[in-house]
Structures are given as C-alpha cells and as structure tokens.
Design a protein around this ligand. Structure first.
Ligand code: AMP
Ligand code: GLY
Length: 444
C-alpha cells in the first residue's frame, strides 16, 4: 500500500521509519518531510520514500497532493492540519486517514473545551476559570494562590502556557494574551489554572472511536537546561520503559481518563479516532498515594516521545492505524520490545529563541549500531550535504540491548545515545546530558 505522512519533524521521521519496516507498505510519500526522511529507504528498506515540498499548514495544497498521489492511507503527524480539518476533508473524499476530526481534535486545539469537558465528565484536572475579558480575570484571580498558570486557549506551539509567580504577573500575562502582544494572535479565551506540583508523564492511548488501548507511557524533558531549568521547549529528550508506570497505574489511566474520553466523545457525537496523548501530572498526596491529574490532552503522537516509543514497537504500525480507523483496537495486541529507549534532542544554539539555520552537520554517516537511529527533526539538503533547518535538529534515539537487566536498561540505552551523539556535531549544537535523570534517581 501507498502511505502519505503529513509533517516534517522527528516524530514524522520515526513514523516513516516504522512504516518502512512494514511488509504491507510498498511506497511512502511525506509532506514536507526532511533530509533524514528522504534517506529512510536507503538505510532501512527497499521501499521508496519521497518527500514533497507541501506545507502541512496549507489545507488546499495538501488536498491537491492527495488527489495527485491517491494514497491508500494518510497519517497526520502534527496538530495544525488536524485543527484545519484535514481528516474531515479526507473522509469526505472517502479516503482513509489516521487522526481525529477537527471537532474531536478540540481536546487539543481549545484548552477551554478540554477543561469544560473534563469538568463535565469528572476527569481529574487542576481547578480553573475560563475568562473572556480582563475584568473576568480580575474577578477570578483571588480564587487562586500563586503560582498561577495562565494558558492561551488555542494552539501556540508550546508558548501558550505561562507560570506566573504573582497575581499581578498573571493579570499582565492574560492582558497580553487578549491583546495579541504575547503570541501574535488575539486570544478570545484565557484559562487561569491552579499550579500542580509533581512528576509529568506522557500517556499514549490508541483510540478507535469506541475503545482506548494503552500504547506506551514516556517522560519528556521540556526545559532547555539540565536539572529541568531554563525556558520551556518542544521537548529536549524523552525515555520510555517498562518501569515508568506500574501496571495498576497504567490501567487506572486507561480506564479513568483515556476510555472515559473516548466514551464521552462518542456520546457527544464526535468520536475520537487516533492517538490520545494525555499529559499527566502525578501529584503526591498527604496520605502517600499519588493522584494523576490531566494537564492537557494532545490528539496526536508526541515529539520526541514518539521517536523513543516507535523504536520499541514490534507490532506492524499499519495494524495500529487500521485498527484506529476501523474500530477494532480492542482486538489488537500491541507488542513492545522489552527494555528502555531514549531520545536525546540536539538543538540549535539559541533555541527556543532565535537560531541560525543552514549549518553543516557532520558525523551522521558514522552510525552503524542497529539499536540506534538518528531521527531528523529540522534538517535540509543543501548542495548534497545535510544542514540544520530548525530549532530542534536531531533526535538521537537508542533502545537497550535485550541482554541488559531491568536495572541497567536505561543506562544501556543512554550509553548508546550519548555515545552516538558524541560523534555528531554542528556549530552551536546543544543537548541535555541528563535525559532520564528522574528514573536514574529513583533506580528504575
Ligand atoms: P500544556 O501545554 O497545558 O501541557 O502546558 C505545558 C507545560 O506547562 C506542561 O507540560 C507543564 O510542564 C506546565 N503546566 C501546564 N499546566 C500546569 C499546571 N496546572 N501546573 C503546573 N504546571 C503546568
Ligand atoms: N513532547 C510534547 C509534545 O509533543 O507536545
């Protein structure tokens, strides 16, 4: 079958890499793709992979591409095309597409929608207020004690959440969101939220409109600097492994969050198909137990979590996509390679602020370990050479050896990823050296 993948980051590279292993796939087209995606067929299989320079944010251009390519399946990676209704448009053309409709994607594209949904359906989340004016913000603020989390309603590429240390800062931030001064676009809704303390987990469920099944849990590292310091980024690294969540906790998240979302979305007439990414804060309670609380929903695979997760996925990824589209996820057995995998992001100097692109990358040809893959996040080809083309540039991803013990699996995967990263360089390359630090601290 011919598969079209929409997107051009590390997540899409990992999806294309997994598709290229499937005996069911004969051809892959990626829009817009990147320099690493172009090379997948050279390294991993004899299935042709083509990148086409179509912007994932241009709905009309994507539909033209679909009409020209006639894919048997379209997989939508990022949130932007979901928010534009790409899956709805493909369904109207009676084409198979993996991902939620525009209405179902509101769980991610509107924070006020997600918060009201959780409140109506008793899904644990932080106390909040949705405000439409600054006067409402002033009225609601006294209910919250600092720090206060102020969130823009819509998609904001990771910049729409500000943790404010005082009421004055919260009011100022909300004012800037309403005026457009903060994000460049005017917000109609601003969400004020109670600050939650704890450890964050990304929990991924595959959903088919009726059933949610657990895919994996991962831990992202959102801050730029070691020890979780500095500004928030799209994610500087992630790990996934057997010890991250206990089996009872995974079952709790599945039953009380993911399956409840799927049930209620179906009842509301907006069935959810695709990946439900639950951003969870594990909040310690006074009695020693842990209460998982939902920070946010995303309606797609995470980046860089996906790079780590797909390195361990043993089930054919096309079977996952088919099950989500056809309503048969409950019949699917998802097999993961035992052990741990990690993804370490190499970013451009200046990221998440301004950075320079077009810098040559060296050392990419020296990776020969089958348990390590360098996924490209922001790269391009210039005069035949691979150059930087984004804030996050590479995601060096490694999986532990089957022979490593449970206690050494993370160290094993980290050793491979950092060993590989040591041979790669570009001017100003920055990466965190402490991916997985919480798990190492906890002896997982
Ligand atoms: P979101 O886009 O809602 O996931 O927010 C981005 C990041 O902000 C999350 O990954 C958390 O690190 C942080 N965050 C969001 N909401 C809260 C909250 N209520 N309490 C503490 N941190 C939060
Ligand atoms: N890694 C966080 C995200 O994909 O939103």
């Amino acid at each position: 079958m011919k598969v079209l993948v929409i997107g051009g980051g590390g997540r899409e590279h990992a999806i294309v890499w997994a598709l290229a292993k499937s005996p069911r796939v004969s051809e892959i087209v990626c829009a817009p793709g990147n320099a690493g995606i172009r090379q997948v067929c050279l390294h991993n299989s004899n299935r042709p992979v083509r990148c086409v320079p179509v912007d994932a944010g241009d709905l009309a251009a994507m539909l033209d591409l679909v009409q020209a390519e006639h894919p048997d399946l379209t997989v939508v990676g990022p949130e932007l095309p979901l928010s534009l209704g790409l899956v709805d448009a493909l369904q109207r053309l009676e084409l198979r597409a993996f991902g939620p409709t525009q209405a179902a994607a509101q769980l991610e594209t509107s924070k006020s929608f997600a918060k009201e949904f959780m409140r109506h359906h008793d899904i644990p989340t932080a106390a909040y207020a949705v405000c439409t004016t600054l006067a409402e913000v002033r009225q609601e603020l006294p209910r919250f004690s600092a720090p206060i989390v102020v969130k823009a309603d819509g998609l904001a590429a990771g910049k729409g959440v500000v943790i404010c240390q005082s009421h004055a800062e919260a009011e100022h931030t909300a004012a800037q969101m309403f005026s457009g001064a903060l994000l460049g676009s005017v917000e109609t809704y601003v969400v004020l939220e109670e600050f939650l303390n704890g450890e964050e987990i990304s929990f991924f469920a595959l959903c088919d409109g009726k059933h949610a099944v657990a895919l994996a849990a991962a831990q992202d590292h959102k801050r730029l600097g070691e020890g979780d310091t500095g500004p928030n980024t799209g994610g500087m690294g992630a790990y996934t492994g057997d010890g991250l969540l206990s089996a009872p906790m995974e079952q709790w998240l599945l039953n009380n969050i993911a399956q409840r979302v799927v049930d209620e979305m179906a009842l509301d007439g907006t069935p959810f198909h695709g990946i439900l990414f639950c951003g969870i804060m594990m909040v310690p309670q006074r009695d020693g137990t842990t209460q998982p609380m939902v920070l946010e929903f995303n309606t797609r695979f995470g980046d860089p979590e996906t790079q780590a997760i797909l390195m361990r996925l043993q089930t054919d990824i096309v079977d996952l996509f088919d099950a989500a589209i056809d309503g048969s996820a409950n019949k699917l057995t998802i097999q993961m390679r035992p052990g741990t995998s990690v993804c370490v992001i190499a970013a451009s100097h200046g990221y998440p602020g301004k950075y320079t692109s077009g810098l040559p990358i060296s050392g990419l040809d020296s990776v020969h370990d089958p348990d390590t893959v360098v996924f490209h996040s922001g790269t391009a080809l210039k005069d035949g050479a691979i150059v930087t083309a984004g804030g996050r540039v590479l995601g060096v991803t490694a999986v532990s050896s089957p022979s490593s013990s449970a206690s050494s699996a993370l160290q094993d995967a980290l050793g491979k990823a950092y060993g590989t990263l040591g041979g790669i360089s570009f001017q100003g390359m920055h990466f965190r050296r402490d991916i997985g630090w919480r798990a190492l601290r906890d002896g997982l």
